[in-house]
Design a protein around this ligand. Structure first.
Ligand SMILES: Nc1nc2c(ncn2[C@@H]2O[C@H](COP(=O)(O)OP(=O)(O)OP(=O)(O)O)[C@@H](O)[C@H]2O)c(=O)[nH]1
Ligand SMILES: [Mg+2]
Length: 263
């Protein structure tokens, strides 16, 4: 990354390396992550007024899309990422999502979850919360949950996670005004999420502590050393490969446009 210029210029240059054009240098950048089929593209379409993803034929998002919206006189750029169950997954699409969450440095990562399948969906949210503090969790399909008699204690979930949790029903637009406001508050630092740290077994924690002195000088300022140490213990060196790509200035370029396949 260039060491010259203002932090703002560096930020713009950084985000443009992902193939993302901002509308203004002050754009607030939102990454939209979540398990497959949780309504990310529906949220994206509703916020941006675009309908480039789902169209008439329901389908899985293969590439990503980039859109823009305004809220309270601020310009936002939002990146709709492919669905992924885990930041540790390895398909090309899942890597796009992983690399953007880890290296794109968005102002906020919005994790869209399915209210009817919350427990499984929270796995990804917890992983994202290990990578960055600036997380908002949207619990989507609240209409479907209600229909199925599923009740979700949003306040308790928020307290347990330590990040804002917003109930929405994206297809009808319910809760999206509040969601936009929360994205703004977190993006500008008026609300500071404090994800509850996950603690692992004593053995894992001991190994993390032993690895940290070696990992810190390699990744500090780019990735959380603790997260990288945990990945190494997992035997996942793809994160390090991605880090090498990143430092060689060859980040994953986000593919723009409508890219869907029939489900
Ligand atoms: N009932 C209900 N259905 C919804 C809601 N939001 C999205 N859906 C439906 O859920 C399905 C999947 O929505 P998408 O927006 O394509 O989901 P996605 O997360 O982008 O999916 P992938 O790109 O494959 O990961 C579509 O049929 C949507 O119409 C909602 O709030 N309520
Ligand atoms: Mg999609």
């Amino acid at each position: 990354m260039s060491s010259t210029g203002s932090p703002r210029e560096a930020h713009v240059a950084h985000i443009e390396r992902f193939g993302i054009q901002l509308q203004t240098p002050d754009d607030l950048i939102i990454g939209l992550a979540g398990n497959p089929n949780t309504g990310k593209s529906t949220v994206f379409n509703a916020l941006t007024g675009l309908n480039q993803h789902t169209g008439n034929w329901a389908g899985k998002t293969v590439g990503s899309a980039i859109g823009h919206f305004h809220h309270q006189q601020r310009s936002f750029t939002i990146v709709d990422l492919p669905g992924t169950y885990s930041l540790l997954s390895q398909s090309a699409d899942e890597q796009v999502a992983r690399d953007f969450v880890c290296f794109g440095n968005p102002h906020v990562t919005l994790v869209v979850t399915d209210a009817t399948n919350l427990e499984r969906n929270l796995n990804l949210a917890l992983q994202v919360m290990e990578v960055t503090d600036r997380v908002v969790v949207a619990v989507n399909l609240m209409d479907e949950a209600k229909r199925k008699g599923i009740r979700i204690d949003i306040d308790k979930l928020q307290a347990e996670l330590g990040v804002p949790v917003m109930p929405i029903a994206a297809r009808s637009g319910t809760g999206l005004a509040e969601l936009k406001e929360m994205l703004l508050q977190v993006a500008i630092g008026a609300v500071n999420p404090t994800p509850k740290p996950l603690t692992y077994s004593e053995e894992v924690e001991r190994t993390v502590a032993a690895l940290l002195p070696q990992v810190e000088p390699l990744v500090a300022g780019v990735l959380r050393p603790r997260w990288v140490a945990l990945r190494l213990i997992d035997g996942d060196d793809s994160v390090l490969a991605a880090l090498v790509r990143y430092t060689e200035e060859r980040p994953t370029v986000i593919q723009t446009g409508k890219v869907v396949v029939p489900s």
